[in-house]
Design a protein around this ligand. Structure first.
Ligand SMILES: Cc1cc2nc3c(=O)[nH]c(=O)nc-3n(C[C@H](O)[C@H](O)[C@H](O)COP(=O)(O)OP(=O)(O)OC[C@H]3O[C@@H](n4cnc5c(N)ncnc54)[C@H](O)[C@@H]3O)c2cc1C
Length: 250
C-alpha cells in the first residue's frame, strides 16, 4: 500500500514537521510505502505557467483547464514537476495533506500544488468524471493540520466558526470532488502555546489515528446520483439533504 504525504511548512523543526515525521514512521511501521512531497524543500512552484505544458493548444490565449485537458491527451504533455507529482498521486491509495491552517485554508504553496497537479482530464473532468465518479474514487484522503487558535475557537459557539465549515472547501471542494473517500480530519490545535506534554500527547493521538486508519469510517457525502444535472445539480426530489456537519477528530 502506497501513501503520499504532501507537506507544506517552511520550517522542518515545526510541529507540522513533527506530525509529518510521525506519520511516516507510523505508516512505515504498518507496512505502508510512504512518499513525501515536502513542498518547501522541493521549492515547488505554485504558479500556473505556460511552461506547464509541453505543446500548448493555444499559445495565444492562456486557458489553464483547457491546456490541462489537452496535455492529458499527449504522451508527455505536462512539465516534469507536474508529471512527477501526478505519478506519486496515482501510486497512492492514501493521501494526507499536512499543513498549518493559514487564513482558514491551506498555505498558498499547497493550494498551488492542487491547482497544478489535480489536472483536468487526468484527475477530473470530461470523460474522467468528478465527485463519486472521479478518478480517485476508492482511494482515501485526509487533512492533518495545526491552528494557532484553540479547539473551542473552532466549535459551534467559537469565534472562527465550526471547523467542518472551515474545511468544507478542502474536504468537499478538493478531496471529495476528485472522488476520494474522505477520512475525518486530524486537528492539532495551538501547538505553539501548548506545553511539552500536550504536544507529545497530540503527536501520540496522531499516531493512534493512523494506526486505526483501516477502522476509520469515511465522511458521508451525497453520491452524484442524488443530484439532477438537468436541474442545475440540485438534489433530486425526495432526497433528504445532509448538512455540512461532518466533523473529524483530533
Ligand atoms: C499566514 C498565516 C496565516 C494564519 N492563519 C491562521 C488561521 O486562519 N487560523 C488559525 O487558527 N491560525 C492561523 N495561523 C497560525 C498558524 O496556523 C499556526 O501558527 C500554526 O498552525 C502552528 O503550527 P506550526 O507547525 O507552525 O507550529 P510551530 O510554532 O512550528 O511549533 C509549535 C511548537 O512545537 C514544537 N515542536 C516541534 N516539534 C516537536 C516535537 N516533536 N515534539 C514536541 N514539540 C515539538 C516547536 O518547537 C514549537 O515550540 C496563521 C499563520 C500564518 C503565518
Amino acid at each position: 500500500m502506497h501513501a503520499l504525504i504532501v507537506y507544506a511548512h517552511p520550517e522542518p523543526r515545526s510541529f507540522n514537521g513533527a506530525m509529518k515525521d510521525r506519520a511516516v514512521a507510523t505508516l512505515e511501521s504498518m507496512g505502508w510505502v510512504v512518499e513525501v512531497s515536502d513542498l518547501h524543500a522541493m521549492s515547488f512552484d505554485p504558479l500556473p505557467r505556460r511552461t506547464d505544458f509541453a505543446d500548448p493548444e493555444n499559445a495565444d490565449f492562456f486557458k489553464y483547464q483547457a491546456e490541462q485537458a489537452h496535455a492529458a491527451t499527449l504522451e508527455n504533455g505536462f512539465a516534469p514537476d507536474i508529471r512527477a507529482e501526478l505519478d506519486k498521486l496515482l501510486r497512492a491509495e492514501l493521501l494526507i495533506l499536512q499543513f498549518p491552517l493559514w487564513w482558514f485554508s491551506v498555505p498558498a504553496i499547497l493550494k498551488g500544488w492542487v491547482d497544478r497537479v489535480f489536472a483536468m482530464g487526468v484527475i477530473y473532468g470530461g470523460d474522467v468524471g468528478f465527485y463519486s465518479r472521479g478518478r480517485l474514487r476508492g482511494r482515501r484522503a485526509m487533512l492533518a493540520f495545526t491552528t494557532g487558535g484553540p479547539p473551542e475557537m473552532y466549535g459551534t459557539t467559537g469565534l472562527n466558526g465550526r471547523v467542518d465549515v472551515v474545511l468544507w472547501p478542502l474536504q468537499n471542494g478538493v478531496l471529495n470532488f476528485v472522488g476520494y473517500d474522505v477520512l475525518p480530519h486530524f486537528h492539532a490545535p495551538g501547538p505553539a502555546r501548548a506545553d511539552d506534554a500536550t504536544r507529545a500527547a497530540m503527536l501520540d493521538a496522531w499516531g493512534h489515528r493512523l494506526r486505526e486508519i483501516d477502522r476509520t469510517p469515511k465522511l458521508e457525502f451525497h453520491p452524484l446520483d442524488d443530484f439532477d444535472a438537468e436541474a442545475g445539480w440540485t438534489l433530486k426530489p425526495g432526497i433528504k439533504g445532509r448538512t455540512v456537519g461532518q466533523t473529524g477528530t483530533g
